[in-house]
Design a protein around this ligand. Structure first.
Ligand code: SF4
Length: 697
């Protein structure tokens, strides 16, 4: 039998894979025909076959520790949600969902919550990775639209990595850019850490934590002073330039002042500004280092401002480019998996609410946004949310201030968790556990960072009683009395309905247009080739804004003032170090899948904390020493790695470890829940901390 084509379930690159299953054994390779990776895979994607066994899988519904039937479990979930809504209103329930869900799953969950329960309390864990970029896009472009495509990363003459360690987090894309570099492309990295991406770059700016807005504003002021902004493009396509220029003039934007504030050498800042000024084909990639900040939106806007002012957008090899972390973070943005939008990138205005309600035949649509992730768990803690359904994610590990999240789950009157694994830190708190299909068993669609929709296809039979997430949602919706609107029989039907919802016009504008996919037959869905939205009858769209027309009412992009403010919680005498958290190269999120592949443990087998040698000496730490990492919220224990890759005054800990692997190595209980006021995205990159030897002498 020919290999079946699917998509890697890890990062937002969205690499195609080709797999051949025999029982539960899998032979897997990169899909040479997939435009995202052209056959390449990184260490994580290459180890997928080692992670598809059934050990540790949740294969039957459970009510507490008792095995239950699907009918029992579904009826209980429907009854408890219905009773809670009847007694306390629709705002008393919530769904916390995941970028691991497929588009069909997201669509179904969003439809139930926003259309039939009548609340907007559905938010995705993608809130933790790219919500700031979403808001910046909406403010600047009028809609959450990623302008560029992966081809731009190869066509660019300069790539600026703004808080993006692509070598570890998006390795296949990085390899594509390394190949372009061999042809003369230059790489510039803005990152407090000398990451693997920075190590091989032409220039690394080891910026002081949370000073990015100051640097990008300084760049824009310098571009204006050099006269290299594109006044013709601004006059034709951009509003707000004069206001931003006036704001910049309020601060000393000299290179020496910018460099001093950013903790950088003036000659390096000068070189960055010079390189940017002289390179029309520039792509600025931004990711977690930019987004996971209490100023995440301002950072995104400052990056976009530099591109709008130079007209470097909508052109081959030139754009600001937000890269997503998860395989289907984009799908959640599209289908309304975020509390801040309706489906199809629609806002909560009356016209959009009426359109969605009409389309679904829905009795209710909420009048405004719901609770974003951090707010949602706080509402659970305070008792305002009384029934919570968590799908395909592990917030007891992954949320900031995770100890408080665990307290919230402990006291929540009713917690449902649908997951493919039988034990996670979050499942410990579930009243009802619902077995979901895992990667390799699911059938549906995902959208990668360049808006490319690809199919995930089932490679194995569904094990035990596990079901597709969209079907679990539909069954609960039916048990709640909404069956007519949830009568799908296959993922293809869900997708077709979703595509139909996007084919609307709004003042003559179509934002998320999948009109070319509304007529997909089941065979067409099965055979769907990767395609970038908008998708019309003529096909997909690689690059947006080529015409200079944006999705604002007047068609002009907006330059928006971005003010530099520094971290939400500054360091001080008690906690003098800035704790930065993030991923490591070979692990994914909370280890539920990559932890199963022995080879992936070789890279970093234990929790570690990177410390600059000067800070280590001050704290009495030696390389490899067992170390206490302490913040105002608690303590973790990790091995010290002394390295000058860290800036003095900053430390780094990976975020992956869980109760099953290293309970004392969990870092997120230490992270302050400071959020960006506009996006709700937490500041994972900066919590005041200190380090101590495990046994102090
Ligand atoms: Fe999977 Fe991302 Fe690696 Fe591609 S780069 S194989 S999508 S983890």
């Amino acid at each position: 039998m020919a290999p079946r084509r699917s998509t890697c379930p890890y990062c937002g690159v969205g690499c195609g894979v080709a797999g051949q299953a025999s029982g539960r054994d899998l032979t897997l390779s990169g899909d040479a025909a997939h435009p995202a990776n052209l056959g390449r895979l990184c260490s994580k994607g290459g180890a997928l076959a080692a992670t598809v066994g059934l050990e540790g899988r949740l294969l039957h519904p459970m009510i507490r520790d008792r095995r239950a039937t699907w009918d029992e479990a579904t009826a209980l979930v429907a009854r408890r949600f219905s009773e809670t809504i009847a007694r306390h209103g629709p705002g008393s329930v919530a769904f916390y969902v995941s970028g691991q869900l497929l588009t069909e799953d997201y669509y179904a969950a969003n439809k139930l919550m926003k259309g039939f329960i009548g609340s907007a309390n559905i938010d995705t864990n993608s809130r933790l990775c790219m919500a700031s970029a979403v808001v910046a896009h909406k403010l600047a472009f009028g809609a959450d639209l990623v302008p560029g495509c992966y081809e731009d990363l190869e066509l660019a003459d300069l790539v600026v990595f703004a808080g993006h360690n692509a070598a570890w987090t998006h390795p296949v894309l990085f390899r594509r850019m390394e190949a372009a570099r061999a042809r003369g492309q230059r790489h510039l990295v803005i990152d407090p850490r000398r990451t693997d991406t920075a190590e091989v770059a032409d220039l690394h700016l080891p910026i002081a934590p949370q000073m990015d807005v100051r640097l990008w504003n300084g760049l824009l002021a310098d571009l204006i002073a050099r006269g290299v902004i594109d006044r013709g493009y601004i006059a034709a396509h951009v509003a707000g330039f004069a206001e931003v220029e006036a704001e910049l003039a309020r601060t000393d934007q000299s290179i020496s002042a910018v460099a001093a504030d950013c903790g950088l050498a003036a000659r390096d800042v000068e070189r960055f500004f010079q390189l940017f000024a002289e390179t029309p084909r520039t792509v600025s990639l931004f990711s977690m280092g930019s987004n996971q900040s209490a100023q995440g939106v301002a950072k995104g806007l400052a990056i976009i401002n530099a591109h709008l002012a130079t007209g470097r957008i909508g052109k081959p090899g030139a754009c600001p480019f937000s890269i997503t972390g998860q395989p289907n973070a984009m799908g959640g943005r599209e289908t309304g998996g975020m509390a801040t939008t309706l489906a199809g990138h629609m806002d909560f205005d009356d016209e959009a609410r009426a359109r969605v309600a009409r389309f679904w035949g829905a009795p209710h649509t909420p009048s405004g946004p719901g609770l974003k992730a951090v707010e949602m768990f706080e509402a659970v803690h305070e008792g305002r949310i009384k029934a919570l359904w968590i799908m395909a994610t592990n917030p007891a590990v992954s949320m900031p201030d995770a100890g408080r999240v665990r307290e919230a789950l402990e006291t929540c009157p009713f917690v449902v968790v649908s997951d493919c694994m039988e034990a996670t830190d979050t499942l410990d708190y579930a009243h009802v556990k619902l077995p979901a299909l895992a990667w390799g068993e699911k059938d549906g669609a995902v959208t990668n960072s360049e808006r490319r929709i690809s199919r995930q296809r089932a490679l194995f039979e569904a094990p035990g009683e596990a079901r597709a997430d969209w079907r679990i949602v539909a069954d609960v919706a039916t048990a709640m009395g909404f069956g007519d609107a949830f009568s799908w029989r296959a993922a293809a039907q869900v997708f077709r309905e979703w595509a139909r919802l996007t084919a609307y016009e709004n003042d003559g504008r179509r934002i998320l247009n999948l009109s070319g996919l509304v007529g997909l037959t089941p065979e067409g869905y099965e055979a769907l080739e990767p395609v970038q939205w908008p998708v019309t009858a003529a096909g997909g769209t690689a690059r947006l804004f080529a015409s200079g027309r944006f999705q604002t009412p007047d068609g002009r992009a907006r330059m928006v003032r971005a003010s530099a403010q520094g971290p939400a919680q500054p360091t001080g005498a008690a906690y003098p170090l800035a704790l930065n958290t993030g991923r490591i190269r070979d692990q994914w999120h909370t280890l539920t899948r990559t932890g199963l592949a022995p080879d992936l443990w070789r890279h970093a087998p234990e929790p570690f904390v990177e410390v600059h040698p000067a800070d280590a000496a001050a704290a009495g730490l030696t390389d490899g020493a067992l170390t206490r990492v302490q913040t105002a919220r608690g303590e973790a224990v990790a091995l010290a790695r002394l390295t000058d890759r860290q800036r003095p005054g900053a430390i780094f800990m990976p975020m992956h470890w869980t109760a099953a692997y290293a309970p004392s190595g969990r870092v997120n209980p230490l992270v302050a829940p400071s959020i960006d006021a506009r996006s709700g995205q937490p500041e994972f990159k900066h919590t005041p901390a200190r380090v101590r030897p495990y046994r102090e002498t």
